[in-house]
Design a protein around this ligand. Structure first.
Ligand code: AMP
Length: 390
């Protein structure tokens, strides 16, 4: 159930609509390397344009430090969007100042204006009331379609919503329906797969999933902290000393599965010497960089009989092809499972894309942190700020 108003509940004809999108796309040498998030916003943008709105779009991109930084300009993103929408589109290198105001005022229905990176302004991540007011002054209506940023209480995601009629976009609605339903009403067995580097930012999720899910499969660097908690020497593997005690308290739970085997390497390097070992002591000078083939088989079998699978975080250092085997193997298992499958987080979504099996996944979430917070049962501030359905 989604209890917020959406763009279907308002009349936008002839109105200026400020849309917070999540165009935080990966960039390399000033070029967008993956436009998934841009494409994900198109249904909302097209629906608003078809309904006769003029659109003013804003998003953050990367992590500039509250000041303009050419490397993170929205200009290349605007170019891609212009190719995807067959309407007049302009980009203005300003967020809420005079240039943005002028461009917004000149906008006609069915035209699009793209504003500069919200994080070029120091007020964005402070949820600055002044910036929120300035953003709101550009438009008549506010739409939040940036699910990937909904866990952040920033000026463009929360502050602005207090000053305008504020509703959800279609992507926001879809994300919350899928993730919300998976947690509230899962088809069982409900299996969660958690990987990635750190355990500390996923402790809350693990604790909640231990109540809600039937099995939690752990991989990636976070498994190392569990090995450490079991008293195993882990050589030079990455782990989190501060999380070992918490990991100890979770170990006894039968729902929690750890890798049966691991791939260890002589260096943190794609060309390092490497081998698979049954889970056990790892020698000094070696570090765990992936799960092993037995684990992929074991986790694959659990996933194959699941009713719902939620996956967040890679099984190893998948950026290096040598250590991507576990992650790609699991991606295949998830894609082939007849279960409802939901993949969240940039890395796991990228692994699914790399494996060419994206169309076999029920829902690939555009949000990493936001999807984790939903799995943890937290209210997303960007959603809370929107109007309730009557
Ligand atoms: P996170 O941001 O916590 O989801 O972590 C993603 C990162 O975890 C990726 O960049 C992976 O390279 C990294 N990672 C996964 N497994 C390991 C491992 N065994 N050792 C070091 N880093 C890892």
């Amino acid at each position: 159930m989604f209890n917020k108003k959406t763009i279907r509940d308002i009349d936008v004809k002839g109105k200026r609509v400020l849309v917070r999108v999540d165009f935080n796309v990966p960039l390399k040498d000033g070029k967008v390397t993956d436009d998934t998030r841009i494409r994900a916003a198109l249904p909302t943008l097209k629906a608003l344009l078809d309904a006769g709105a003029a659109l003013i779009l804003c998003s953050h991109l990367g992590r500039p430090k509250g000041a303009p930084d050419a490397a993170y300009s929205m200009a290349p993103v605007a170019d891609i969007l212009a190719n995807r929408l067959s309407v007049a589109l302009t980009f203005v290198p300003d967020l809420a100042g005079a240039k943005a105001r002028e461009a917004a005022a000149a906008l006609k229905p069915k035209q699009v204006l793209v504003l500069e990176n919200t994080r070029f302004h120091p007020g964005e991540d402070k949820n600055d009331p002044e910036l929120s007011k300035q953003l709101a002054a550009l438009a008549d209506i506010y739409v939040n379609d940036a699910f990937g940023s909904a866990h952040r209480a920033h000026a463009s995601t929360v502050g602005v919503a207090a000053h305008l009629p504020a509703v959800a976009g279609l992507l926001m609605e879809k994300e919350i329906l899928y993730l919300g339903e998976a947690i509230a009403n899962p088809k069982r067995p409900f299996v969660a797969i958690l990987g990635g580097a750190k355990i500390s930012d996923k402790i809350g999720v693990i604790k909640r999933l231990l109540q809600k899910a039937d099995a939690i499969l752990i991989g990636g660097g976070m498994a190392n902290t569990f090995f450490k908690a079991q008293g195993l020497p882990i050589g030079d593997s990455l782990f989190e000393p501060d999380a070992v005690e918490t990991a100890k308290t979770l170990l006894g739970n039968k729902k929690l599965h750890l890798p049966l085997d691991v791939v260890v390497a002589s260096a943190f390097d794609n060309d390092a010497e490497f081998r698979a070992l049954a889970t056990g002591p790892v020698q000094q000078g070696w570090r765990i960089l992936d799960v092993g083939p037995e684990t992929v088989k074991n986790y694959g079998a659990i996933v194959a009989t699941a009713g719902t699978v939620v996956w967040n975080g890679p099984m190893g250092v998948f950026e290096m092809p040598t250590f991507a085997t576990g992650t790609l193997g699991l991606a295949k298992a998830v894609a082939e499972s007849p279960a409802i499958t939901i993949v969240g987080g940039g890395d796991s979504a990228a692994a699914i894309q790399q494996s060419g099996l994206a169309d076999k996944i029920t829902h690939i979430s555009t949000g990493g942190g936001a999807s984790l917070e939903m799995l943890e049962g937290l209210e997303l501030p960007g959603v809370a700020a929107l109007l309730d359905k009557e």
